[in-house]
Design a protein around this ligand. Structure first.
Ligand code: NAP
Length: 392
């Protein structure tokens, strides 16, 4: 795999892709996005044995605001095994985490490029956890992942040529790390963060939280969510470093390792709440900078508005033209008004102001099913195509 060759848009042929978990909340969003994608062509769909063998329109409870794309309605849903996906170069996974681990490993071992939304491989030291508007540089770990690959069934070494797994982050982590990356780029390391989320119901998939639990209510607990934000933020914002270790034969070997923000320690505390909003996670953030004196609210606003992602610079077709929209109104962003800007591919920030305990506080709104899930995976794959990582 050559990461040095960068493709230009005009060189890119149509790339056959599949979707795993195609009937779910994230899977449906993948289908909508892929059906109008300039490079990716949807060739195969997978879901559970409950759906396998059925035409897609009969297997899915379609919850999108546009109809099922005509070419997809009659496609037969398959079991999530590599054989029916053999003509695909790439699979996008919206699988439930209970099953994503084994299934995604089997697709990687079958030499497919897997872009996953599930939590299973996010902590793997050889798997990049990529928010495409922040840390596409972490894709440089992939040759190491392929070289060290162990076949999931035989447990024998099986170096890979084309197969790999790239994960994207938890939907709340994704929304918040984008403005945080912009602040680090402009003002240097962050020292501490307190993040309080108000998370949409669709973040729990379908049918999700029962209506009698969420209407007229706030649920101040989402299993595993606070730990994910606190941990994933460190992996995403931390760099990637080269380490030398001694091999069995005494030779020195170079390895890449995620820095986990150890060179500039960052403390993160998250509070997660489920609220009666359908789509769009709102997060209130207080930040303390290492830099003294800290930047002013106006400097922060300017840095956020000026932030440009790699995905944008590379020219990814699904990247938003403005990564961060900074709102000046006193009462914005709001989920109902702001979640569909740029088709949910960027994030919205507002209420940037001084914090009397930390330095600066602000509100972020991100579309959990778009940039929080399917859109991120698709931009990750676009970056991989443009950097010559996906073979076609
Ligand atoms: N919703 C969000 O905003 C969001 C955001 C970021 C990340 N995520 C993550 O994305 C993943 C999908 O979330 P979701 O909200 O889309 O969930 P969901 O609506 O519950 O969909 C789950 C999908 O997994 C399939 N599935 C379940 N059991 C299976 C099995 N044994 N074998 C094969 N397929 C199976 C389902 O197929 P059937 O229809 O056949 O059962 C369905 O297509 C999860 O890991 C979640 O944590 C979700």
């Amino acid at each position: 795999m050559s990461q040095s060759s960068v493709h230009f848009h005009r060189d890119i042929p149509k790339i056959p892709v599949g979707v795993l978990g195609a009937t779910g909340t994230v899977g449906q969003r993948f289908i909508v996005l892929l059906c109008s994608h300039p490079w990716f062509v949807l060739k195969a769909l997978g879901a559970s044995s409950r759906s396998a063998g059925k035409p897609y329109k009969d297997a899915v409870r379609w919850k999108q605001t546009t109809p099922i794309p005509s070419g997809v309605s009659a496609m037969i849903v398959h079991d999530c095994v590599p054989e029916p996906f053999k003509d695909c170069n790439v699979v996008f996974s919206g699988l439930d985490s209970d099953v994503a681990g084994d299934i995604e490993a089997s697709f990687r071992a079958a030499e497919l490029a897997v872009f996953s939304n599930a939590k299973n491989y996010r902590r793997d030291p050889n798997v990049p956890l990529i928010v495409p508007l922040v840390n596409t540089i972490h894709l440089t770990i992939l040759p190491q992942q392929q070289k060290l690959h162990i076949h999931p069934l035989t447990r024998e070494p099986q170096p890979l040529l084309r197969g790999f797994i790239v994960t994207n982050a938890n939907c709340s982590t994704t929304g918040v790390v984008i403005p945080l990356a912009a602040l680090e780029r402009a003002f240097g390391p962050l020292e501490s963060l307190v993040i309080t989320t108000m998370q949409a119901i669709s973040g729990a998939g379908y049918p999700g939280v029962p209506s009698l639990d969420i209407l007229d209510n706030v649920v101040p607990y989402i299993s595993g969510e606070e730990e994910k934000i606190e941990w994933e933020t460190l992996k995403i914002l931390g760099g990637i470093i080269d380490e030398e270790t001694e091999a069995i034969d005494g030779k020195k070997e170079k390895f890449k390792k995620f820095d986990m923000h150890t060179t500039s320690p960052l403390r993160v505390s998250a509070h997660c709440n489920r609220v009666p909003v359908i789509d769009g996670h709102t997060e209130c953030v207080s930040v303390r900078f290492a830099k003294r004196p800290p930047p002013s609210p106006q400097q922060v606003r300017e840095a956020l508005a000026a932030y440009t992602s790699d995905a944008q610079t590379l020219g990814c077709p699904s990247a938003p033209t403005r990564t961060i929209i900074v709102h000046e109104e006193a009462d914005r962003p709001q989920p109902r008004l702001d979640r569909y800007h740029q088709e949910g591919a960027g994030v919205n920030v507002g209420r940037v102001r001084q914090c009397p305990v930390f330095d600066i506080k602000f509100v972020v709104l991100s579309n959990n099913v778009s940039i929080g899930a399917a859109t991120s995976s698709i931009i990750n794959a676009e970056v991989a195509v443009l950097k010559g990582i996906i073979q076609f």
